[in-house]
Design a protein around this ligand. Structure first.
Ligand SMILES: NC(=O)C1=CN([C@@H]2O[C@H](COP(=O)(O)OP(=O)(O)OC[C@H]3O[C@@H](n4cnc5c(N)ncnc54)[C@H](O)[C@@H]3O)[C@@H](O)[C@H]2O)C=CC1
Ligand SMILES: O=C(O)C(=O)Cc1ccc(O)cc1
Length: 362
C-alpha cells in the first residue's frame, strides 16, 4: 500500500470566496480530514459550499494557519489586506489568475506582505460557483507560487504543502514571469476561443449541426464568464496585447494568401503558418508521442526513493501490461508524474484498483 496520500498540512485552513475555486479546494482538503473554515461576502455561497462538503462556516474564534483567498481579481488585494490584518500570524495566499495586479495594489497601500505568498492554479472550469466545484480539479495540474525575497521559508513551505495536498505541482515563479506566461497560454487562448465561438452565433442550424470535435475543442472555454474574464484580461493587458498583435499579423498573412491563392508563394505562406502551428502544439506537455491506440493514465507519486518501484510492483501484481511509460519530474516540487499507456479495455479497472490502493490518479 502506498502512502502517497499522506497529508502534509496539519492546520486549520480558512477559505475566503467559496465559488468554484474556493469550494474545490475545500472539497479536496475535507476529503483528507483537514478542518476547513469557509467565508464569503455572500452568506448563501458559504452555505451552499458547506452543504456540498467543502467545509464549515467560519467562526469568530477560528485561528487558521493558512488562508486561501479565492475571490475575483478586482477584489483580491482588498481581501488579502483584510485577512492579513485579521489574522497576523497566518500565511495568506490567493488563486487569482493575475499576480502583478493584486501585488502592486498591496504595495501601493503599504501593506506588510511578509506573510503573503501569491498563488495560481492552472486548473479551472468554464462555469463558476460552488455548484461546479470538484475535489479532483487540481490533480496533476501546475500551481504557480510567487515568492518574494522577504517571504520566510516556513511560509513558502506551508503554501507548497497545501498545493501538494491538493495533488497539484507547485512551480515557483516571479509575478512578472507568471503574468507573461499566462498571457500566452491562458488569456489569449480564452480570447481566441470566445471570438471563434462568436462566429457561430449567427450561423444556420444546418451549419452548427455539422459541428465536430475540432470546433468543440477550439471553443470549449468560450462558455466562460465574461464578468470574471473582463477582470483577468484588463489586469494583464500588458502581457496580452503583444501576443494579440502577433496573432493579428498571422491572421492577416493567411487572409491575404487565401484571397489571392493563385499568386506565387500564397500556398507557401499558408503551409508555413500551419507548420509553425505543428511545431507550437508539439511544445505542449503531454501532447508529444502519445499513442492514440492506448489509453493514458497519470499517477502522482511522491519524489521519494522507492515510490516508482512500488508503483511498478503493484501494477505487476495487478497483472497489467504496460505499453509505454513516461516519468515527469517537477523540479523542486517533491512530486513526480508517471504517465503510462495501457490497452483502453483495462483503463477503468486499473484506475479503480490504483485508487483502492491509495495512489493518486490524475
Ligand atoms: N474559474 C476558473 O477556472 C479559475 C479561476 N481562478 C481565479 O480564482 C478566483 C475565483 O474564481 P472562481 O472561483 O471561478 O469565481 P466564482 O465566481 O465561482 O467565486 C468567487 C466567489 O467570491 C465571492 N466574493 C466576491 N467578492 C468577495 C469579497 N469581497 N469577499 C468575500 N467573498 C467575495 C463571491 O461571492 C463568490 O462566491 C479568481 O480570482 C480567478 O481569477 C483561478 C484559476 C481558474
Ligand atoms: O478550462 C480550462 O482549460 C482553463 O484553462 C481554465 C482556467 C481559467 C482561468 C485560469 O486562471 C486558469 C485556468
Amino acid at each position: 500500500m502506498s502512502d502517497t496520500n499522506a497529508v502534509r498540512l496539519d492546520a486549520q485552513v480558512r477559505i475566503v470566496g467559496t465559488g468554484l475555486l474556493g469550494a474545490s479546494i475545500g472539497l479536496a482538503l475535507r476529503s483528507q480530514g483537514i478542518d476547513v473554515a469557509l467565508a464569503d461576502s455572500s452568506p448563501s455561497s458559504v452555505h451552499l459550499a458547506s452543504d456540498l462538503g467543502a467545509g464549515r462556516p467560519a467562526h469568530s474564534d477560528d485561528s487558521p494557519k493558512i488562508i486561501v483567498v479565492c475571490v475575483p481579481p478586482d477584489v483580491t488585494a482588498d481581501v488579502i489586506e483584510a485577512e492579513l490584518k485579521a489574522f497576523p500570524d497566518a500565511v495568506v495566499t490567493d488563486v487569482a489568475s493575475v499576480k502583478l495586479f493584486p501585488l502592486h495594489q498591496l504595495q501601493a497601500r503599504g501593506v506588510d506582505i511578509t506573510h503573503y505568498v501569491g498563488g495560481h492554479p492552472l486548473a479551472g472550469r468554464e462555469r463558476g460557483g460552488a455548484i461546479s466545484a470538484r475535489g479532483d480539479l487540481f490533480l496533476g495540474r501546475p500551481w504557480v507560487v510567487c515568492r518574494d525575497e522577504e517571504t520566510p521559508a516556513w511560509a513558502l513551505a506551508l503554501v507548497e504543502d497545501l498545493v501538494l495536498d491538493l495533488g497539484a505541482v507547485p512551480i515557483e515563479m516571479t509575478p512578472e514571469a507568471h503574468d507573461e506566461a499566462v498571457g500566452l497560454v491562458s488569456h489569449v487562448p480564452q480570447i481566441v476561443s470566445s471570438l471563434m465561438a462568436k462566429q457561430l452565433e449567427g450561423a444556420s442550424d444546418e451549419a452548427v449541426r455539422l459541428a465536430g470535435q475540432g470546433v468543440r475543442d477550439v471553443t470549449r472555454i468560450a462558455a466562460s464568464s465574461p464578468g470574471l474574464w473582463i477582470q483577468i484580461l484588463g489586469a494583464n493587458k500588458d502581457s496580452i496585447v503583444g501576443v494579440l498583435e502577433n496573432l493579428q499579423k498571422d491572421l492577416q498573412n493567411v487572409t491575404d494568401a487565401l484571397r489571392d491563392i493563385s499568386a506565387p508563394g500564397a500556398r507557401k505562406v499558408i503551409a508555413e503558418e500551419m507548420s509553425a502551428g505543428n511545431a507550437g502544439v508539439a511544445r505542449l506537455p503531454g501532447k508529444h508521442g502519445q499513442n492514440k491506440r492506448y489509453a493514458q493514465i497519470v499517477v502522482l507519486i511522491d519524489d521519494r526513493p522507492g515510490q516508482l518501484a512500488q508503483l511498478l510492483t503493484e501494477l505487476g501484481e495487478l497483472n497489467i501490461n504496460l505499453e509505454d511509460l513516461r516519468l515527469e519530474h517537477a523540479e523542486g516540487a517533491q512530486m513526480g508524474m508517471v504517465e503510462f499507456s495501457v490497452v483502453p479495455e483495462v483503463r477503468e479497472t486499473l484506475v479503480s484498483e490504483l485508487e483502492k490502493r491509495n495512489w493518486r490518479v490524475a
